[in-house]
Structures are given as structure tokens and as C-alpha cells.
Design a protein. Sequence first.
Length: 134
Amino acid sequence: METMKAEYTGNLQIKLTHLSAGTVIYSNAPVDNGGLGTSFSPTDLVASSMGACILTIIGLAAKSHNFSIDGASVIIKKVIGTNPRRISEIGLTFDFSSVQPGQKEKKIIEYAIANCPVAQSLHPDIKRRIIINY
């Protein structure tokens, strides 16, 4: 179990601290919701967590199957819906062109994408658009 702390610092900004690691990040409300838009919004963090989780899972699988994904990346796009205001869609465009995986590695990558714990934790109504560029 990990423990994090969130502290309101004013101007709709939140200081987030990972207590065991000591790492600090900030969150701020988006401009369209009255914030300054100076950092990730809470919903940006959710969408970004999905992309980071998938790359982490792929990295773990790559390590155990003796291949590298160094240089791989993902562009993350988030859509906010209305009634209620919430994430309605997360788009992920993966770029593995620097990796040039073979067929076995592609299957491992695709399995990891399908089994991300963050994605599995999200509401099933959130549309997921995933593009993989090899």
C-alpha cells in the first residue's frame, strides 16, 4: 500500500506528495473550469496515468522477455463530456517506431495494453481509442 498527501495551496492548485518517495507534483484546475491551467488537471492525471501505466506494464513485460522499449512513447488525449462533467474519452497513440518490435514482441505489447490496471479501474463508459504505431 502506498500513501500520498494532497494539500490545497490556493488558486485551485493542489500539491501532491508521494510520502515514501518524497516526489512532489502539482495539479491545477483547467482554465475552462475556472483554474489557471498551470499544471495537469486532476482529469489530465487520470488520462496520463493510463498511458504511464501501459508503458510501465509493457516495460515490465519487455524486461522479462529480454527486449527493450527504450524510446517508446504515447501521446495522450482526454475528452471531457458534460452532464455530468467527466472524462468521456481517452485516446492513446503509442509510438514504438524506435523499438521496431518483432511479431512476438508486438503480441506482448498488445497484451499489456489490454491488461493495464488503470484502464481496468476506469468506468466502462469511458471510450478508449488506442492506436499503435510500430
